[in-house]
Structures are given as C-alpha cells and as structure tokens.
Design a protein around this ligand. Structure first.
Ligand SMILES: *Cc1c(COP(=O)(O)O)cnc(C)c1O
Length: 362
C-alpha cells in the first residue's frame, strides 16, 4: 500500500494491515448474516462465538493457566487504576506500588483514594529513567498486593524481569507491552491492559485475574466496577464493546499466525535493536533517555543536543512520511513506539532516516 504511513504513534497505534483488510472485508456484512457485527445482539450466537474465541486465543497466546479469569472491560486502563484498589484493597493492609513514572504515578493517585499506599520503590531521583532492581523493593509483609507498570510508555522504560513477590499478589499494568514477549502468567495475581497499544483498537481493556482474588470487595463498590460481576457473566453482564472485541480477536489470530509471543519477541528485539544501535552509534548526536538495562522494547525515547534540532527532526521526519515521533509533552525529545504491529520495514526506514539526518546535521 503506497500511501500507508510509517506509523510510530504511541496509542492508539498501528494495527496490522492484514487485520484492517479483513475487518474491511467483513465490515458491512458479517459472515452471511445480512448485517455488520456491530448491528447484532451481544447475546446472539454469532457475537458470542467471536467473544469466546478471543478469550480462547488470548489464553493460548499468553499461556493463561486454569484458575484465571479473562475479562473484557471498558473504561480503559485508567479505570483499572481505581478498580484494582477498590476490589483488592483490604483494611489494615497496605497497597504497595512501584513508582516508575507517569503511568505508575496515575495508578498511585487512584489507589490513595481507596487504600493506604506504600511506595515499595521509586526511581524519581533518576528522573524515572530506570526500573528498580528486585532488591530495592521494600514490600510490607501483609501488603494486599504489589503493583508495577510493566512498560512506562512515556519515559521508555520496561521491566526486563518481574520480581518474585512471594505470597503478595503481583499486579501489572501491561497496557503498552502485553504479548510483546512470552509471559509467565502464574507469576501474577492480576494483569490489565488497554487494547489500543498492542492488542487492537481503543474501547476494550483486558483483565487477567486469579480466581481467588475475585471476591466480595472489603468496601462498597458499584456493581459495574466489581471484578466479580464480570467474572460471573463472562464479561457479558452488560453490553460489551463488541466491535473492539472483534478487532482484538483478529489481532490475536494475526499474532498466532506470526508464530506467537516467542516470534514476536525475536522481531521486537530486532526492531528495538536497530534504533538503539543508531542512538548508541551516533557519537552523542542522539542520546537515549532510559538507562541501559531498563530500555523498552516498545517505546524508544531519545533526545538531541537542543530543542531546535529536535523540532527540525520531527518536521523533516513528517515530510518523509513518518508519524508520531514527537516525544510526550511531559518528557520532550523524541519517541518511536514500535509495538507488535509496527512492521520491521518501518523501523528500518526510521533507522536509515536517523542516520541520514545525523549526516546532514551532525
Ligand atoms: C496508555 C496507557 C494507560 C492508559 O490507558 P487508557 O486505556 O487510555 O486509560 C495506562 N497505562 C499505560 C502503561 C499506558 O501505556
């Protein structure tokens, strides 16, 4: 497709072209039903088969063992910032959080509305440009859970390995890196992810939760905000975001077709490697933001000597067909978001643009 942009948007983000094409083909009439999928009941057989297939594919691709529920919810990952403490907090026990940047900070803010919060570790002193090591974590013994942000989409840091939290349930916001690599779900009590970075379009949020954590919350919680409500009804308590779930279904099929998470990790490492190599080999022309060992496979953040040069980079990159390279307003600089669906060719084109830009301006 000649006019498809090199899309490095942070979220909503690139979707696989094959998925868009298939959705287009099925858009007006879904599988001989005489209507689009959006026009039919979520209680009917046709939608149900899409819904349950999406769950089955996710179970298979993420390796979700028995004893975990998969939920399709609305409200984005931001609603999970509140739903997690509303449902998992307990009187007399602290909710522990690792503060690694913008998204962790937002989760902490919501948790404070419902629970006493303990900051198990914070990398604020390093401008959040690193992930703490496991031995920096200070988790209160009877903590209700430990929350971490798997990938800080804005800063460009990512947990390379998750800490062992023993009997304290580990809760992870994987909005921007779910299924970017193989996952050991049994390490977690709960995982949540808004779909619009690595799984599909906006409008649906995935929650993977261990069954023993789905109980009666210790405090009054609205029906729609209780995990139990959605777990009991297979996420069909009320109308689910049917089209978004359908798109996630297609993305998961695409992912399976590509070889699953192990294959994704290989290609994601290759993609990220190309950009970090360009940064590290630039003799200081480009400076990576995240510290070595904490660098994200999904969001590559970097700076240049001054804002003028960064602005020029953004302007020239846009003229050359690149989209979404301007860094988040909180951090500045530049950011290339290279989620699963961003093709290797886009990343190769960016690496070569970076080299060329340096040659002209270095
Ligand atoms: C984008 C993002 C969110 C917010 O997601 P919404 O679905 O917009 O609420 C939360 N956490 C992380 C890590 C994100 O990247």
């Amino acid at each position: 497709m000649a006019n498809r942009a090199y899309n490095f948007n942070a979220g909503p983000a690139a979707l696989p072209l094959e998925v868009l094409r298939q959705a287009q083909e099925q858009f007006v009439e879904f599988e001989g039903t005489g209507m689009s999928l959006m026009e039919m009941s979520h209680r009917g057989k046709v939608y149900e088969s899409v819904h349950y297939e999406a769950e089955k594919l996710l179970r298979e691709l993420a390796g979700i063992p028995d004893g975990y529920k998969v939920l399709f919810l609305q409200g984005g990952a931001s609603t999970q910032f509140a739903m997690v403490p509303m449902n998992l907090a307990a009187p007399g026990r602290k909710a522990a959080y690792v503060h690694t940047g913008a998204w962790a900070g937002k989760a902490i803010k919501e948790a404070k509305l419902f629970s006493e919060v303990a900051i198990a570790a914070s990398t604020e002193a390093d401008a959040f440009m690193r992930i703490p090591s496991a031995d920096e974590l200070n988790i209160p013994d009877n903590a209700a859970y430990l929350h971490l942000t798997s990938n800080e989409t804005i800063g460009g840091t990512q947990w390379a390995e998750y800490p062992d939290t023993g009997s304290v349930p580990l809760v992870a916001d994987m909005s921007s890196d779910i299924l970017c690599r193989p996952l050991n779900v049994s390490q977690f009590g709960l995982i949540y992810a808004g779909a619009q970075k690595n799984l599909g379009p906006s409008g649906v949020t995935i929650v993977i939760v261990r069954e023993d954590l789905i109980g009666q919350p210790a405090q009054p919680v609205p029906t729609m905000l209780q995990f139990a409500t959605h777990a009991k009804s297979d996420s069909l308590y009320n109308t689910p975001p049917t089209f978004a779930v359908y798109m996630v279904n297609l993305v998961l099929k695409w992912l399976k077709d590509k070889g699953g998470t192990a294959a994704m990790e290989r290609i994601n490492r290759e993609k990220a490697g190309l950009l970090y190599q360009e940064i590290d080999g630039s003799g200081g022309f480009y400076r990576g933001c995240a510290q070595a060992g904490s660098r994200s496979l999904m969001n590559v953040t970097f700076r240049m000597a001054n804002e003028e040069l960064e602005k020029q980079f953004v302007k020239e990159s846009e003229a050359a067909g690149f989209v979404g390279l301007k860094g988040h307003r909180d951090v500045g600089g530049l950011r290339a978001s290279i989620y699963n669906a961003v093709p290797l060719e886009s990343v190769q084109a960016l690496a070569s643009f970076m080299r060329d830009f340096k040659q002209r301006n270095g």
